[in-house]
Design a protein around this ligand. Structure first.
Ligand code: CAA
Length: 283
């Protein structure tokens, strides 16, 4: 299975990061979103990231220009007609994803693999919206994508071995480390990470310590690069809540109950870094 042309759907934080690493690694990339302004913003982020790497001497100006020339903007899903792989990084909403995958199934060539960067939604259910469930797979990148080495590869119930192997090989060409995981709520990454973040929020909610103290304990005591409340702000509190709800519903166990303080912040629009306020305030 040869992968040369990739369509990345969603030009936000994750999608633009995925498009960047694919383009830098030599793939032709179509960066697709609903509106031109979203695509332009994503391309702007990529341009800025690559310019910083040139400044630091990590890549040359020619490498940057070559990577940018491999990126094609798109607001028309029919552009998927010539691709080998789709990596979907749209919003975390099952209805939106199933609709998108069923459309892509009609448009993309028969050999194309349809991958989702979902952080916790069932790959098997997304695959069931297509007539090619054996070619649907989870390809879960971590934020910030250009920096983090992991790609969690999730096998849906029907995912074919050749498809798994093609995605594993491709992840290695992106200079990432692929890890194989089966399709259960939250996979491995978020099943372990999110309850830790949720517990940190409960610790704040119950007045055990200040937000700064909680973060300091986990940073200095456990050698985490960011404290859990800073990390929650970085990921987005709406995303954290959504993943906890997926775990709670998927396992039916109250140990995954989202902290009421997390719900309150999301209702207030305090979504973390992206909204300017979460547990901390950002300028
Ligand atoms: N985009 C691209 N590059 C970035 C970046 C971004 N948003 N943020 C930082 N970088 C780069 C910097 O340019 C720098 O690059 P060089 O080494 O080439 O100079 C490097 O990352 C380190 O950056 P800094 O020195 O500025 O900052 P740092 O050392 O504090 O590292 C960090 C920043 C990498 C984000 C680090 O704090 C970290 O690893 N945090 C934890 C991140 C994490 O846990 N991510 C997973 C979240 S969970 C998830 O994504 C899954 C999900 O489904 C929710």
């Amino acid at each position: 299975m040869n992968i040369n042309k990739v369509m990345v759907i969603g030009a936000g934080q994750m999608g633009s990061g995925i498009a960047q690493v694919c383009a830098v690694s030599g793939y032709d990339v179509i960066l697709h979103d609903l509106k031109q302004e979203f695509v332009d913003r994503g391309l702007g982020t990529i341009e800025k990231n690559l310019a910083r790497q040139v400044e630091k001497g990590k890549i040359t100006a020619q490498d940057k220009a070559a990577a940018l020339s491999r990126l094609t903007p798109s607001i028309d899903l029919n552009n998927a007609s010539g691709i080998d792989l789709v990596i979907e990084a749209a919003v975390e909403n099952m209805d939106i994803k199933t609709k998108l995958f069923s459309e892509l199934d009609e448009i993309a060539p028969a050999h194309a693999i349809l991958a989702s960067n979902t952080s916790s939604l069932p790959i098997t259910e997304i695959a069931a919206a297509t007539k090619r469930p054996e070619q649907v797979i989870g390809m879960h990148f971590m934020n910030p994508v250009p920096v983090m080495r992991l790609v969690e590869i999730i096998r849906g119930l029907a995912t074919a071995d050749e498809v798994y192997e093609a995605i594993e090989d491709m992840s290695k060409t992106l200079n990432k480390v692929p890890v194989e995981v089966n399709d259960f709520p939250g996979f491995v990454s978020n099943r372990i990470l999110m309850p830790m973040i949720n517990e940190a929020i409960y610790t704040l909610y119950e007045g055990v310590a200040s937000k700064e103290a909680i973060d300091e304990v986990m940073k200095l005591g456990m050698n985490h690069p960011m404290g859990p409340l800073t990390l929650a702000d970085f990921i987005g509190l709406d995303t954290c809540l959504y993943i906890m709800e997926t775990l709670h519903e998927g396992f039916g166990d109250d140990k995954y109950r989202p902290c009421p303080l997390l719900r309150k912040y999301v209702k207030a629009g305090w979504l973390g870094k992206k909204s300017g306020r979460g547990f901390y305030v950002y300028n």
